[in-house]
Design a protein. Structure first.
Length: 80
């Protein structure tokens, strides 16, 4: 079962006229034309691989000094 959500969009007058004409030409609703256009747009982006790649992860190698050990911290900061 497919669910639908009602929403409000602000569409430029010229684009709205084209949308109405396209819906009339197809014999369907403006909602269906917009739904199809958005679905095609997102599918094309997915196929083109234009989604952002995942961020890289790095292994930091662990702590170099126990930060609870004040003397070890001083030695690390002073290069001893």
């Amino acid at each position: 079962m497919m669910s639908h959500m009602k929403t409000t969009l602000i569409i430029e007058d010229g684009l709205m006229a084209k949308l109405k004409a396209e819906a009339a030409r197809r014999g369907t609703t403006m909602s269906e034309v917009v739904d199809t256009a958005l679905r095609n747009h997102f599918q094309a982006r997915k196929e083109q691989g234009t989604d952002l790649p995942p961020l890289p992860t790095f292994d930091g190698g662990g702590a170099l000094v126990d930060i609870d050990d004040r003397e070890a911290l001083y030695r690390a900061m002073e290069g001893r």
